[in-house]
Design a protein around this ligand. Structure first.
Ligand SMILES: [Zn+2]
Length: 471
């Protein structure tokens, strides 16, 4: 009896506390307040190494750097895809591209797929999304689980989508959605498009990083068709282009700063978990090409990953391999979902930030069906995969012309000197990891059936054609 009495007392206490919590929840109609709001921000086309806190010498990103100082920054975060559509679908589903299979412009995420938005909705969160580009239209299946999914900014002509400035409008839409959900726990998804070409930052960001003595007249419009941006070009023109890309980044950073300031004024900043990342990077002749989609080098797959959240240690720099595939479980963790019907490779990044669960051997994968070895001169698309394990990165283009590369990413971060001949055993291990990965993906893809075909309307087809995504 002596042993049973304290147990009974504890049970009684738990019942009272639990009942009170239940009653509170019922009586206020609000979810428990120990859960943060969650804001997932994807900055299209932002390569990690142009973010100042990631080592870029120019101060492009004071507000993102401040966010990183208030939270955690993952030094090695990879996208699963070097272009917009598959990467964002991975972001919201936590699935590899080979599993969700939304890897062509004609594919969309099926309603049967589970998205993080649906989990949050199920957990009592109010949900909203803002998409600003053709591949973020609701028609691709993003809207599922969102109370409102605003893709107005994506519903414009090609010319408007590339020549107009939308980050400020996207931030305003986000602020409006947040105000409408005051007093509720909310999950918001904000997609920012301005860093994507054409690089035409609004004043004063057009001049912010440009050499005042530059007297060239390099054309920044219709970037996809610009054949003058190539190896051997005038270095002053090259520097000017980079200054315009950096100007776009600084402009977007200022708009996110405005968003964060408004959250503070509304008293919401502290209890809002904020993730800032990108869907992919951008190439500026790093391997002789431009734009994105065409390779799996770091300039295209390495993305920033900054997380600020209640109870996340401040100023932490995390070297654990991480990816877009991890966002699903990270966000689900904040919602305190007791169990999520998730089967996939994603991990909860907050455990890595806390110092647990860092597995340096963890493989990270990416792939593209738009692989192009020299798209400036010979437009030939193919299928390429990449795996990174323990600081080594292996690329394998499996369609002709074949290409295999192996790099030590710490010693050779610019991926210039392939170690394929020096490391035959490692090459074999990488190939084996890739084979296993493909087998698992194929099996999961067949059982999950997460994608279906979408019929492109004339306008979207035109937009994507102009962007160079489809022929
Ligand atoms: Zn993109």
């Amino acid at each position: 009896l002596k042993k049973i009495v304290p147990i009974l007392a504890i049970l009684l206490a738990l019942t009272i506390v639990g009942g009170a919590a239940f009653w509170l929840h019922q009586s206020t109609g609000r979810p428990p307040t120990d859960r943060p709001n969650v804001l997932l921000i994807s900055i299209d086309t932002l390569r990690a190494d142009h973010v100042h806190s990631y080592g870029y010498p120019i101060e492009t990103t004071p507000r993102l750097d401040q966010l990183a100082a208030e939270g955690a920054r993952f030094t090695r975060a990879l996208s699963n895809s070097p272009w917009t559509l598959p990467a964002h679908v991975t972001m919201l589903t936590g699935q590899e591209v080979g599993v969700h299979n939304v890897r062509y412009s004609k594919n969309a995420l099926a309603d049967s797929a589970l998205t993080i938005t649906e989990v949050m909705k199920e957990q009592g969160y109010a949900t909203f999304g803002v998409g600003s580009a053709p591949y973020l239209k609701a028609r691709y299946g993003y809207a599922q689980g969102f109370d409102s999914y605003d893709d107005d900014l994506a519903q414009v002509s090609y010319k408007a989508s590339h020549e107009s400035v939308t980050a400020g409008k996207a931030v305003n839409k986000t602020l409006r959605a947040i105000k409408q959900r005051r007093g509720e726990n909310w999950f918001g998804f904000l997609h920012i498009w301005d860093v994507h070409y054409d690089y035409i930052p609004p004043a004063p960001y057009d001049k912010k990083f440009a050499d005042p003595d530059y007297d060239g007249n390099f054309r920044m419009l219709k970037w996809e068709k610009n054949k003058k941006f190539r190896v051997g070009m005038d270095p002053d023109d090259f520097a000017f282009v980079i200054s315009q890309y950096d100007g776009e980044i600084a402009w977007v950073d200022s708009q996110l700063g405005r968003l964060f300031d408004r959250l503070k004024e509304m008293g919401l900043y502290e209890n809002t978990a904020i993730i800032v990342t990108a869907d992919h990077g951008e190439e500026f002749l790093d391997h002789g090409q431009k734009g994105h989609g065409h390779s799996l080098f770091d300039e295209l797959v390495r993305v920033p990953m900054i997380i600020k959240a209640p109870n996340v240690p401040v100023g932490r720099v995390v070297d654990c391999p991480a990816g877009l595939v991890d966002l699903f479980m990270t966000i689900a963790g904040w919602s305190k979902a007791p169990h999520v019907a998730y089967k996939g490779p994603g991990k909860d990044l907050t455990a890595m930030i806390a110092g647990d669960a860092c597995n340096t051997d963890r493989p990270l994968f990416a792939e593209t069906k738009m692989s192009n070895i020299d798209k400036l001169n010979a437009y030939k698309r193919g299928y390429e995969m990449m795996v990174e394990i323990d600081g080594y990165k292996y690329h394998n283009r499996v369609t002709k012309p074949l290409r295999e590369l192996l790099f030590n990413i710490h010693e050779d971060p610019l991926e210039q000197k392939s170690l394929l001949d020096q490391e035959p055993k490692r090459r074999e291990d990488m190939q084996e990891a890739m084979r296993r990965h493909s087998q698992i993906n194929d099996k999961m893809r067949r059982s999950k059936r997460m994608s279906n075909r979408t019929k492109l309307d004339k306008k979207t087809r035109h937009q994507l054609k102009e962007l160079g995504y489809i022929q």
